[in-house]
Design a protein around this ligand. Structure first.
Ligand code: HEC
Ligand code: HEC
Ligand code: HEC
Length: 466
């Protein structure tokens, strides 16, 4: 293949070399060596393609190339660079990520989508830069790599052969837990003594009958106090990459430490206060003592709650059954809704077993959601509120869409009342493809097939026949 793109490729390589974590000794012709793990056989080739043809617009630490000084081109490149980087940081999520772990499901789904839909590099760019287009062989290489990586690392093994490589995967029916800890955790999750005035348990805001939410725009804490962010469900939270909309808790245990001491949620002054109340309960204290040698502590309480939350998963939705090969589990309209869900890019972010929860994306990716909504909220900062990095402004953890028909209202600000409206909002601000009325109805029909089961009932309350 002729390298018409050498100056750019060389600049990309230079940009990569200036990344802080890099040791120059390991550089071979400016390309980073990649760990040879089986699913990554093809990754070196993919990374070569990406370095050549994509990094101009998809990597931080990248100086605009020399030709950006040519009048007119600079504007095109600068805008594309800003938008491209916000859509995906290929250097970070692909090349760097692959150094020590498999590339994430979101990155795989996004790469698959742009290749299948032939949108990258953008046409106005390939017109100016002959040779920057992806060849058929490039596309084949990328798609092969996407699918083999997904099969090796993300397939749950529960889908039928035909659907084994879908971006969405069946939800496992259980996750291994320490049964005793989980039993204690269940009691604590439902225990109002975790709140300062004894009125509120975790399950007071994460209500089982409301699919793990409170169906309110903002939750009511103790003494009639309200926060400014919508309560997500605790069902299937175990599959989230991090916890909270802004990801400030690394895992469920860290998360469970938040609400009890949060002044506007459960409002306790410290763990001592909670431990004092729990210690008055001889039976529960004995149960905790039998599991934890050091008895009650903030760490042990949150450990038990986190263990319990691993049991809060909702498998066997109609969609899962269909993925597993039961053709009749969903209707033709619902299957069409799923096809549209992929076509409208939804599955680029809402991926995997829990149909989301894997990445942080800009709520104003394609249009200025915040200006159009008005009424600024402190919680609008998103990931930036946690990292302090201004590049993270307005980035939110992608919600998981399991049971989504029941978890209204929607979005971090709880402003979207219906599923139908939320599909329209996503089309405008996140996908950048306006969704037609008809397609919206079909996508909503598909989303309703994601409602699963918990303890012998569907989350809508219907007993499950076995
Ligand atoms: C000239 C700049 C430019 C180049 C070169 C470029 N992109 Fe993009 N890329 C963009 C812009 C702008 C967007 C956001 C608009 C869009 O999604 O169409 C984007 C979006 C994307 C997305 C996100 C799509 C999604 O579903 O969210 C992916 C993935 C992507 N590009 C991959 C690539 C790959 C792979 C290459 C190389 C083959 C490439 N890009 C080359 C500018 C570029
Ligand atoms: C006053 C209502 C309230 C109470 C009580 C409460 N939560 Fe929450 N919960 C929320 C809100 C609101 C959020 C979102 C906060 C944020 O992201 O900043 C949340 C977030 C979470 C999440 C993260 C889910 C995700 O997708 O990121 C989990 C898990 C969770 N809560 C579990 C618990 C547990 C365990 C307890 C008890 C120790 C608890 N909650 C008590 C309202 C509450
Ligand atoms: C670029 C990533 C991305 C794409 C593409 C995307 N979403 Fe989202 N989705 C998000 C994020 C991030 C949020 C949360 C935004 C917020 O609350 O500020 C979200 C929220 C939602 C919600 C609300 C869930 C809840 O519990 O509040 C629904 C429903 C939804 N998306 C469906 C869709 C559909 C349908 C599509 C395709 C038309 C789509 N999404 C495309 C990232 C994405």
């Amino acid at each position: 293949m002729k390298k018409m793109f050498l100056p750019l490729a060389a600049l990309c390589a230079a940009a990569l070399m200036s990344m802080p974590a890099e040791g120059n000794a390991s550089m071979e012709q400016g390309k980073r060596p990649l760990q040879q793990i089986p699913s990554m056989e093809k990754f070196q080739e993919v990374s070569d393609i990406v370095l050549d043809k994509c990094m101009a617009c998809h990597s931080r630490n990248y100086d605009l190339p020399f030709y950006s000084r040519i009048p007119g081109i600079r504007q095109i490149i600068e805008q594309d660079y800003r938008d491209g980087l916000r859509a995906m940081d290929l250097n970070q999520e692909l090349v760097t990520a692959a150094k020590d772990k498999p590339v994430g499901e979101v990155a795989l789904a996004k790469m698959e989508w742009v290749v299948l839909n032939d949108t990258m590099p953008p046409a106005k760019f390939t017109v100016v830069h002959w040779g920057s287009r992806l060849t058929d062989k490039d596309k084949e290489t990328i798609l092969h790599w996407v699918r083999s990586t997904r099969a090796a690392h993300y397939a749950t093994g529960m889908a039928s052969e035909q659907r084994a490589n879908e971006p969405l995967q069946p939800l496992p029916s259980h996750v291994d837990v320490d049964v005793k800890k989980a039993a204690l955790g269940e009691k604590l999750f439902n225990d109002k003594r975790l709140s300062a005035d004894g009125t509120l348990a975790c399950s007071g805001c994460h209500v089982y009958e409301k699919a793990g939410t409170d169906n309110a725009r903002f939750s009511e804490g103790i003494r009639r106090q309200f926060g400014d962010i919508n309560a997500p469900t605790m069902f299937n939270a175990v599959f989230n990459v991090r916890q909270f909309w802004d990801g400030r808790a690394a895992n469920l245990q860290e998360q469970a430490g938040g609400p009890p001491l949060n002044p506007i949620e459960m409002g306790c002054s410290g763990w001592e206060e909670i431990i004092e109340r729990l210690s008055a309960d001889a039976q529960l204290t004995a149960e905790a003592g039998a599991i934890y040698a050091d008895g009650w502590s903030g760490e042990n309480i949150t450990d038990a709650i986190a263990e319990y939350e691993k049991t809060l998963i909702t498998p066997n939705s109609r969609f899962d059954k269909w993925l597993s090969g039961d053709e009749a589990a969903i209707t033709a309209e619902e299957a069409e809704g799923y096809r549209l869900f992929k076509m409208y890019r939804c599955a680029s972010c809402h991926v995997g077993r829990s149909v989301g929860g894997q990445s942080f994306e800009y709520m104003d990716l394609k249009a200025d959601y915040f200006a159009e909504r008005g009424e600024p909220l402190n919680s609008d900062k998103g990931l930036m509120g946690f990292t302090g990095n201004k590049d993270d402004m307005h980035r939110f953890k992608v919600p998981n869409l399991r049971n989504v028909e029941l978890t209204h209202p929607y979005m971090h600000d709880g402003t979207v009342a219906t599923l139908d409206e939320s599909v329209a909002v996503m089309g405008r601000y996140l996908s950048g493809i306006p969704v037609s009325d008809n397609d919206r109805t079909l996508i909503v029909a598909f989303l309703r097939t994601l409602t699963g089961e918990f303890q012998g009932r569907t989350l809508t309350g219907t007993p499950v026949e076995r």
